[in-house]
Structures are given as C-alpha cells and as structure tokens.
Design a protein around this ligand. Structure first.
Ligand SMILES: [Zn+2]
Length: 223
C-alpha cells in the first residue's frame, strides 16, 4: 500500500492555497519526494512528514517550479546533520541541469549532505519491499520529462531487499569505464556514478561526464 501526500499542486506560480509541485510517496518503508518546488520544506512540515528518511527525490523535469526547492532542502538536511545520501533521480537533461544548479549554490568541497545523481531511463527502475517503480517518458514543452508509476507486487513475487541495497547492488554491477547505453539490456536504471558525488563545481563536472545511459539491470532480476 502506498501513501501519497500532495504537498504542492500549483503550476508555474504558487497561489495562496496551493504550493509548487511536490508529492511525497511512502512505499515499502521508503520515502520518495517527487519534484521539489519552492516551499516544499514548509509543506513537509505542515503535513507532519518532516525531513528524515527522505532518501530519494524523483524529478519529472528541470523546469524551475519543479526543482528550485532542492537547494533549500539540502541546506536544511545539512543543518539537521543528516548524513545519509540523498539520491536525486531524473532524466539525463534534468540531472545535468540540477547538478549545475546545485554546484552554483554549494561551491564548497562538499555539499551539506552527500548527494547521488542517478540518471533514469524509461522502464522499471526499482523493485523492492513489495513494490516496483517504473518511469516513462512524458511530453512536456520540449523537455526530457519523466512520469513515475509505483505498483504493488503480488506477495508471492515480492522480493525482500530494500531499495537501498538494490541500488547498491546495481551500482556494484556498473562497469567502471562505461561510455554509453547498452544495446541489449532492458530496464532501466542508469547510475550517474557508482560513488557518492559531492556537489562541487569540479565534482559536478565529473558527474556530468559520468551521466551516461548505462543500462545495468536485466529484466529477469527485476521480476
Ligand atoms: Zn514544466
């Protein structure tokens, strides 16, 4: 069962009643923030959700009303001394934009919290704790946009590993010298880096070079 909290449902500009886009999805003991418009922090507090156990941010696209809240959220996580990595996921276009945006805010040797940038390709990207997460391309004003679909897995087919352990397993299988998409494997998670990326100017440049479409996960594993 999933729990959805609509934190912001306005578009382009906020209104007195509606915040900029953000949805919190709780699935299998994990928490996913989908988009992070301005004001998302306050909406999380108003919803009683808080900031802890926020492991993943799934970005639909790179328009400012969907991503500008990230800078402040990362600063707050740092002030709360949260040291678990924040995984920021989206299309290649979105990841390139967000890495540059965050590098402009945090030109220090390290960001307030460890950041992982994960480039996604259409298809099934996660299978963990009784649910799967799939992303798919969406047409939206010429952007490389993604939609996200959470699905429950029948109990008999549910797998045990946590989302984190699955991502680690995927990262461990990533070829270190990958340079582009595989023509064979099907779904669908492309790791921006097998190592934790700190957002600095140079690290962002490195992460951008590493943002390749490595298809790392075979269909059989995800079933
Ligand atoms: Zn947009």
């Amino acid at each position: 069962m999933f729990e959805l909290t609509f934190l912001g449902t306005a578009a382009s500009t906020p209104s007195a009643e509606r915040g900029l886009p953000a949805v919190l999805v709780q699935a299998g003991g994990e928490r996913f923030l989908i988009d992070c418009g301005e004001g998302t922090q306050r909406q999380l507090l108003r919803a009683g959700s808080g900031f802890r156990r926020l492991g993943h941010v799934l970005l639909t696209h790179a328009h400012l009303d969907h991503v500008l809240g990230l800078g402040g959220l990362i600063a707050t996580l740092g002030l709360m001394d949260i040291r678990t990595p924040l995984r920021i996921c989206g299309s290649g276009e979105t990841m390139r934009f967000v890495a540059q945006y965050l590098a402009s805010l945090y030109p220090l040797p390290r960001a307030p919290v460890p950041l992982d940038f994960i480039e996604l390709q259409a298809g099934r990207v996660l299978a963990a704790n009784g649910f799967t997460l799939r992303c798919f391309p969406v047409k939206h004003r010429g952007t490389e946009s993604l939609g996200f679909r959470f699905e429950t897995v029948p109990r008999a087919r549910a797998r045990r590993p946590s989302t984190k352990s699955l991502i680690r397993a995927i990262a461990a299988r990533a070829p270190s010298n990958s340079r582009g998409p595989s023509a064979t494997a099907t779904p669908a998670i492309a790791s921006a880096s097998t190592n934790r990326q700190q957002v600095t100017k140079s690290a962002a440049d490195r992460s951008l070079r590493r943002l390749r479409s490595n298809r790392l996960e075979g269909r059989s594993r995800l079933r």
